[in-house]
Design a protein around this ligand. Structure first.
Ligand code: SF4
Ligand code: SF4
Ligand code: FES
Length: 217
């Protein structure tokens, strides 16, 4: 079997590594597809954010590009009316409980949500879904970083880094549905868990939920 396959994305022919997921093949070739939850090293993507939809010729419905493996001859479109509708709805749902105060946010101008909004021409402040921002206590207990859950988009990047890179197992997801949160064991302050000195979270968080305190000064 060849090491590479040829695919077409938005009329551009590209050669990509066989076995690669479509999302990474596109991004590696400067073709933007919105994404929040995809982790390249992760064997089985969660596909939770529902932002990375594309249409593939021959398929009856749009597919999430983070879960789809490239195939030789694949013809892909990143922008179609169906894709745009799905991405907009997913994006608006993500923002429906988001504490949207960009000017006060350490991630301002370096935020994946702002990038998606800009690239896809979607407003960050939208009116379709009722916005319900949950109240959370800001956790500033570690020396170098802080955690503001009201900005968390539940992408899972921090949980994965904690388990697979830092290997501390200090944080994880708790609860289901609208009550889902990232938290520590027994919801203790971060400084009381074994991740107090670990700054991986602030490095991987694509928004302003985990952030370096110096970025907020
Ligand atoms: S996380 Fe991004 S979108 Fe949310 S308030 Fe901060 S800068 Fe704005
Ligand atoms: S804290 Fe940041 S990295 Fe972790 S799940 Fe929330 S948005 Fe993702
Ligand atoms: S990046 Fe594909 S579903 Fe989140």
């Amino acid at each position: 079997m060849s090491e590479y396959v040829n695919i077409t994305i938005d009329d551009r022919q590209i050669k990509v590594r066989a076995g690669e997921k479509l999302l990474w093949a596109a991004l590696d070739n400067d073709i933007y597809i919105p994404h929040l939850c995809a982790i390249r090293e992760k064997e089985r993507p969660n596909a939770g954010c529902r932002l990375c939809f594309v249409e593939i010729e021959g398929d009856t419905r749009p597919a999430t590009s983070c879960t789809r493996t490239v195939e030789d001859g694949m013809v892909v479109r990143t922008r179609t009316p169906r894709v745009d509708r799905l991405v907009k709805t997913a994006f608006e749902l993500i923002l429906s409980d988001h504490n949207l105060k960009c000017r006060e946010c350490p991630a301002n101008r370096n935020c994946a949500l702002q990038t998606i909004a800009k690239k896809r021409g979607i407003k960050l402040r939208q009116g379709r879904f009722k916005t319900i921002v949950r109240e959370f206590e800001l956790d500033e207990s570690p020396d170098d970083f802080a955690f503001d859950r009201s900005r968390c988009v539940l992408c899972g990047q921090c949980v994965w880094a904690d388990r697979e890179v830092a290997k501390t197992g200090a944080i994880g997801f708790a609860n289901r549905g609208l009550n889902r949160v990232v938290t520590t064991f027994r919801d203790r302050p971060l400084a009381e868990s074994n991740c107090a000195k670990c700054t991986f979270y602030a490095d991987v968080c694509p928004v302003g939920a985990f952030y370096y305190k110096k970025a907020a000064e």
